[in-house]
Design a binder for this molecule. Sequence first.
Ligand code: CP3
Length: 344
Amino acid sequence: MPDSPEAPRFLKACRREATDVTPIWLMRQAGRYMADYRELRSRVSFLELCKTPDLATEVTVTAAERLGVDAAILFADILLILEPIGLDLEFAKGEGPVIHNPITESSDVDRLRPMTSAEPLGYVMQAVSQIRAALPPSIPLIGFAGAPFTLACYAIEGGGSRHYDRAKAFMYRDPGAWDVLMRQLTDATALYLRAQAEAGAQVLQLFDSWVGNLSPFDYKRFVQPHMRRLFDALPADVPTIHFGTGTATLLEAQRDAGGSVIGLDWRVELDEAWNRLGPEVAIQGNLDPVVLLAPIDEIRRQARRILDQAAGRPGHIFNLGHGILPSTPVDHVRALVEIVHEGR
Ligand code: CP3
């Protein structure tokens, strides 16, 4: 859709074109803070939900419509891709994700199955096409995947972690095996994201949620070349969002790896970060998700501050600096959407 005046404002902002008002969507906009979602989850496990396209469609579309946001994000999870490559994934109650057969030795990398087709994740592509058909044309659909470093952290740690010490120790101990692992994850992710775009995803976001644990030196050695290869393997006409948290010292290196839009968390000032990155990228962010637990006046003050920092430059997509917390009141999220649409 080249530059037609009717192009959805979210797509225009991804291309750094001027918009009537600032577009907004929220990471984890479908989830446990919503009563309908909790009700559905009392009957269906999280993995079953992800693997049932009708339900994933319902959850995605309901959240986008309820909130009045400018984009919908596919309901799925970054860890689903680990199953077809041979890792045994479970979402244990109250514990978050667990991988029962994590990679511990260098030789474990050899037992991973290279992904030769996106077919084992066909249920995701089915959901993408159903969601695209169910959404109004004014609401673009975002597809997504985990970035290789964040996926490697889960694959090696076997779950969440505080210091990512096992993953990082693996990287330092055997850079050769690390490289093989990262290449394999990169190839699988590129295949998966291309399939999502073919099925109807109009923008692709890469979640490198845990990359902020690396020094800039290590990022450039162990991650950046893979990210560059990944972005280069994505369709050139589909905008991409490159997101991480704790990335204040990595932003330029992330930009150099790729992405039409750089996602910021709340630990950086949006204007300073954008000035550093320059006018060639769009910016997504960056309200602290915890601000949504504050009174509406505080939400308004902080949202307007971010809009002031963007100062009407084309290419700002309003979002949180990380996902919505389960304790967030839905009314506050709707209020935020209205505040951002009202403008400064
Ligand atoms: O944003 C959306 O609304 C789309 C769906 C989405 C989910 N996970 C659904 C989900 C997206 C984009 C993700 C990405 C994801 N998953 C990330 C990257 C973003 C981030 O938060 O940093 C990560 C690290 C994961 C891995 C993951 N999945 C964790 C650590 C957890 C457990 C923590 C938690 O919040 O429960 C999940 C589970 C998960 N993924 C839920 C949802 C709605 C909750 C599952 C439930 O219903 O219990």
